[in-house]
Design a protein around this ligand. Sequence first.
Ligand SMILES: [Zn+2]
Length: 684
Amino acid sequence: MTSETAVNLDEHPLTKWNGPLGLPDFSRIGDGDFAEVFEAALKAHEAEIDTIAGNAEPATIENTMEALELCGDALDRVSSIFWCRAGAHTNDAIQALERDIAPKMARHYSAISMNAKLFARIDALYTQREKLGLDAETLRVLEKTWKNFVRAGAKLDPEGKNRLGAINEELASLGARFGQNVLHDEKEWVLFLEEGDLDGLPAFLRDAMAQAAEARGRKGLYAVTLSRSIYEPFTSYSARRDLREQAWKAFIRRGENGGETDNGAVVAKTLALRAEKAKLLGYDSFAALKLDDTMAKTAKNVYGLLDPVWTKARKKAAGDQAELQRLAAAAGSNEIIAGWDWRYYQEKLRAEKFAFDEAELKPYLQLERIIDACFDVAGKLFGLSFVEEKGIKAWHDDVRVFKIKRKDGSELGLFQADYFARSSKRSGAWMSALQSGYKLGKGSSPIIYNIMNFAKAPAGEPALLSLDEAKTLFHEFGHALHGMLTDVTWPSVAGTSVSRDFVELPSQLYEHWLTVPEVLEKHALHYKTGKPMPKELLDKMLAAKTFGSGFATVEFTSSALVDMAYHARPDAPDEPLAFEAETLKQLEMPDAIAMRHRTPHFQHVFAGEGYSAGYYSYMWSEVLDADAFAAFEETGDSFNPALAEKLRKHIYAAGGSRDPEDLYRAFRGKMPTAEAMMVKRGLV
Ligand SMILES: [Zn+2]
């Protein structure tokens, strides 16, 4: 008698995608489906791994590497939908499941990495790799796979393997818990204001706050929330110092409010386990372990970038602070500039210096037109076009679906975009893939998505963006292009599967095209008059480009330095928040500037391992992107076709198929220095 499993993975809508355009059919997916499908998919993957590991034939690239890369399809599918929901549209049921699934997945992948029979096959191939006549990409995939197994504990004794497995599981739970705690505090805090409390606030912000209040059932009031789209402009424009202070304090205390959702203990435990894990694997510190497969390679190289920038940024910020103090005095305030004053007086200083208020740009930055601008630039550089397909159900009704077409009209894949903030969505902006693009086996075409957190406009009005938000849209779309344009054979090196300090190059580089004059002339049109941004405003905006860079660089670099301080030591601090304070004191952090991400809500570093000992990566990539865009400027043509083709081939299409340094050299002919980045930031 055979027993039947409850779930048929060949037919379930989570694993067999037969919705329109080959997307999952979201109308047939319920929150209650995930648990049992995960269960079945994990089992199926285990069975596939056992078959590969137990093969009686000697290891070959086909029966081991190919088989390994192509197995686990059902698990990949249910996972990609689940993590999309967990970030972009969660609820209590999904959150409970996330806390359960995260450690299970960690245990599962840990067991694969520590499967001795499987590793023996990979090791056999690795040992004879020079004699196998492999092409460069396959050789690199083999070497990376071998190294990943070793770094994941394949060479440990059974006791070490057990301990590492337990550590990974616990870290996964802690990461999930950390993110949920931050979301809780962001959802929980709201300040309802009345008409009389809105001194200084521009119309767009009043509208967004009215919307946010209405969404919370308080129509007629105005809500200050901790969404960056509201928090940042509120603290930039509100003339009410008391209210700015309340919002600022709530923002920097996310994850540090005591009780069940406080992240203090989560962070302490996380750091202790990371230090133990590094030691177990034979590394001096967790940073050494994490940096081993990056471009930077060592903590010393990371500090080599951050330290000189820190000195320059602090000096720049100190100069700015004196000017802000002068403005405050002129406005009749004898208060010392505090954290909640900086953005406010910085806006006033901007207006004085450049006769320019960032809010003036907003009527010209309509979300719809900036989306068009993103598409248009991709057309000019890479020959892509985007066709919207209406009425296709996704994880939420706000999600839009676009077909991606190549120059010759053939279909490349799909792009989904989810632009607006809601309380079921994690803060921030990101790109991910439901399905990645590669050629191995039957091949697979990319299904890429972008998530944003823009404030919705009142009914009938277009959503308007700040300059920063428009940049974020370009940034995430740059990541999306990295996923779309990928042209590799092996799934494990497709798209954004590159080293962490290289992955921000395609995204940050793309931001540069937003402020290319011909792009703004065409797409920055006033939402009422349809007229392009006046030349004068455009010039002022470009002149003010590096304004405030002292503040922004201090915010960023302090976060990157604290991240390194936590992880570049052999052990873990007992009291992370005291350690954060001590580190900042030693760095001589300006009192009136807070870290961009304080420890209790530093999701890059603690909601999973992603950017731990890796927040510096943004700046590392910025060294590359500043230099890469300079390459276009040097030709006098921001869309230089020959250079654009090199960019496509060596950066956007190559994924992780080659060493990042080789890729950059192939595009640019040389490696950059930090100079162009510091010039771009106005620090020299
Ligand atoms: Zn990014």
